[in-house]
Design a protein. Structure first.
Length: 450
């Protein structure tokens, strides 16, 4: 039986679709959050560098010889760290003011920014520091004064000031998204199993119908499954109707043919009427053909999609009461001992016919006591009907189940009861066995599937 993660499993398909959707959503969310974090951290760095540029612009003044100088020191943290990437520089023509961390080296913001395309507004630039380190630069070009070249102010931060926080935030983000993804997959798995549970319940209901525990699938189902259940129940009703029609046709044909054939067989048993046995052979062949096709028709009817499960107690009680009245003159006792809940996978009418033939036979031949019992076996349920009559010799048991065969002409009957019972039992996969009872009479053992 395919497992829940088989290639054709609905659960597998739903989980794979959910896994793909969740993975795509988490990747998109991770990239979007990463971009937002990058923009935020870069904005913080730019804001800090811009503040340094504003402070530099505010602290500039003209000294002796019209040379630029700073009114105060701007080497406060973090610009006081040697070779840490936090630098500032002011250049106007050949005059240069630098942070102490540069140790007299130049901080080159690149030719594009020196063109002064956007005066009075800091703009970004990336470059390399005096010692080859990657830097993030912000550049501010002050408007030129009279006959003086423009002043270019540069402040820098190390690239790790951006990468470090992003790495830390990215690790935490990956952990959170991973936990979220696992939680979503666990929730999806629970949702899929919960959503598909009605299908498993429907499978059990159908199995119960097939085993005979139910006649129909219960209609209390989720709205999405209710139309399917309605169609299944309609199919069960249709099969039951077809089965009943087939049973009716088979019964009509059986009753219409068995009596004339039995009469012909009995009439031709007189050697004077059939000296060479030719007519008797033809009647026997006709009887065999009729029995063969009736058996096939009945087997096809019984092999349908439904198999009834019939409790044993009620039909046995009804038959016991019926035959007690029919044979009231014998004053017989019919003792019934059945296990609780005993049932067989057999149509109720067929069960009545089989049990009726066996109990009728026992009541005819008993002296006054009939015992009916049942027990579970590997082959099914073994039903026994015993009597305290004369019984049968072992060699006579095979003759007793032959169609139309009567071992004693002194009692009423046509000799079809035991043979019909055997045929019905075999159609259901069971059988009939005749033997000696502990009561001294006949023991008829009927085995039927459960």
């Amino acid at each position: 039986m395919p497992g829940p993660f088989h290639l054709g499993s609905l659960q597998r398909r739903l989980l794979l679709a959910a896994l793909v959707a969740i993975t795509v959503a988490l990747v998109v969310a991770g990239v979007a959050i990463g971009l937002v974090l990058h923009r935020f951290v870069r904005g913080q760095l730019d804001s800090r560098l811009d503040s340094q540029l504003v402070a530099l612009a505010a602290g500039l003044e003209r000294g002796p010889g019209n040379r630029l100088r700073l009114t105060r020191s701007l080497d406060g943290p973090p610009f006081d760290r040697d070779r840490a990437g936090w630098y500032w520089q002011v250049r106007q023509g050949d005059a240069v003011l630098r942070s102490g961390a540069l140790e007299g080296r130049d901080l080159d913001p690149g030719g594009r920014v020196r063109d002064g395309l956007d005066p009075d507004h800091p703009h970004p630039a990336d470059g390399t520091g005096p010692w080859g380190e990657s830097l993030i630069l912000r550049v501010l070009t002050l408007p030129p004064e009279a006959r003086a070249p423009p002043a270019v102010l540069v402040a820098s931060a190390p690239a790790d000031a951006l990468r470090g926080p992003l790495r830390e935030a990215g690790g935490a983000l990956a952990l959170i998204l991973g936990i979220l993804g696992l939680s979503l997959m666990a929730g999806t798995l629970a949702q899929v199993r919960l959503g598909l549970r009605p299908l498993e319940r429907l499978r059990r209901d159908l199995a119960a119908v097939r085993a005979g525990h139910r006649a129909r699938v219960p209609g209390q189902q989720p709205a999405e499954i209710r139309p399917l259940v309605a169609e299944v129940n309609a199919l069960l009703d249709q099969n039951a109707a077809n089965l009943e029609r087939a049973r009716t046709h088979v019964a009509n044909l059986a009753h219409g043919l068995k009596t004339p054939l039995a009469t012909l067989s009995l009439a031709l048993s007189d050697r004077a009427r059939d000296p060479d046995g030719t007519l008797g052979g033809l009647v026997g062949a006709m009887d065999g053909q009729v029995r063969h096709h009736l058996r096939r028709a009945r087997a096809a009817a019984l092999g349908g999609a439904t198999r009834e499960r019939t409790a044993l107690a009620e039909p046995v009680a009804d038959l016991r009461a019926t035959f007690a009245r029919l044979y009231a003159g014998k004053g017989l006792v019919i003792d019934v001992t059945l296990p609780a809940g005993a049932a067989v996978a057999c149509d109720g009418q067929d069960l009545d016919e089989m049990l009726g033939n066996l109990i009728d036979n026992a009541c005819q031949w008993c002296r006054g006591y009939v015992r009916i019992g049942a027990a579970s076996t590997e082959a099914g349920l073994a039903i026994t009907v015993e009597d305290d009559g004369p019984g049968l010799a072992p060699e006579a048991a095979a003759e007793a189940v032959r169609r139309g065969r009567r071992l004693d002409e002194s009692v009423p009957g046509n000799g079809f009861g035991l043979s019909i019972t055997q045929e019905l039992a075999e159609l259901y996969g069971g059988g009939l066995h005749l033997g000696r009872s502990g009561l001294g009479g006949l023991r008829a053992g009927l085995t039927l599937p459960v």
